[in-house]
Ligand binder design. Structure first.
Ligand code: DGL
Length: 278
């Protein structure tokens, strides 16, 4: 009988944000191997066109497949909003090896209604995620009674990517976008951090929010959704290697990635360089 070649779960983000999701995967599903790829050389994706985000994401997904991942999670809302469906529908059917790509928006919208009493929910995301309207469209399918407000926070990802998440300078832009979303309605009781970089800013975000507003980070939600997916798809689960190993790739400077990623992942790590077309 032919031996099944097993491989790690690929976790992709434009930069460091996906580490907030990877951290939860490792906590909730520690047995599997994970291969993280941050496209730091081309981050942020948030202000880029549909076409650019799609091409960058597809290129990175192909690399993760070539590195042996049978399953890739786009741990990036912008890529999930702008590239996931096209990759699933137009690209995957023509690729060898029956691989799968999943995103982070669907798992979040499936359960967001469970958190809100007032039925008014705010979404904080990149310009790309907000203008795609993915959150209002998806939430309406599961919770038609929920009113969705959105706010783009274009300065938050650059703060994280440049290691300024905890600096005093970050405070101005944290407050600015929170004031803007809260001005849209006094009844918002749930705020979704609809960008995987934002949990890195969560302490500052919490400090500025009035009591009683719940902050939803995606790591835990997406990890639980992955666990459920693997139960429902045993053939895919069988193709995943289980050595509890973490491997990191960045498309930019390795030493910078190792230094900044360490802040988010809480353990020493070694990264590898991956070349992409800039
Ligand atoms: N972590 C990505 C997201 O969730 C960041 C987007 C960006 O690179 O601007 O949307």
């Amino acid at each position: 009988m032919e031996q099944l070649v097993k491989g790690p779960i690929g976790v992709f983000d434009s930069g460091y944000g996906g580490l907030t999701v990877l951290k939860e995967f490792v906590r909730q599903l520690p047995a599997y191997d994970y291969l993280y790829l941050g496209d730091n050389a081309r981050a942020p994706y948030g202000n880029r066109s549909y076409d650019t985000v799609y091409h960058y994401t597809l290129e990175c997904v192909r690399h993760l497949f070539d590195l042996g991942c049978p399953l890739v999670i786009l741990a990036c809302n912008t890529a999930s909003a702008k590239a996931l469906r096209t990759i699933q529908q137009k690209d995957l059917p023509y690729m060898e090896g029956d691989r799968r790509v999943l995103g982070v928006i669907r798992p979040t919208t499936e359960i967001v209604g469970e958190f809100s009493q007032t039925r008014e929910v705010g979404i904080l995301g990149t310009v790309g995620t907000v203008t795609s309207e993915s959150y209002p469209i998806e939430i309406a399918k599961f919770f038609p009674d929920i009113k969705v407000y959105q706010q783009a926070c274009p300065m938050w990802v650059p703060l994280v990517e440049n290691g300024e998440a905890n600096s005093a300078g970050a405070d101005y832009f944290i407050r600015k976008y929170l004031d803007q979303i809260l001005a849209q309605s006094p009844h918002i009781d749930t705020l979704v951090l609809g960008c995987t970089h934002y949990p890195i800013l969560v302490n500052k975000i919490r400090a500025y929010l009035p009591e009683g507003i719940r902050i939803i980070s995606q790591g835990d939600i997406v990890a639980r959704s992955l666990a459920d997916y693997l139960i429902r798809h045993p053939a895919m689960e069988q193709r995943l290697s289980r050595g509890g190993k973490l491997t990191f790739y960045t498309t930019d400077e390795v030493s910078t990635f190792e230094r900044l990623a360490r802040i988010f992942i809480d353990q020493p790590l070694k990264a590898n360089h991956l070349h992409v077309g800039i």
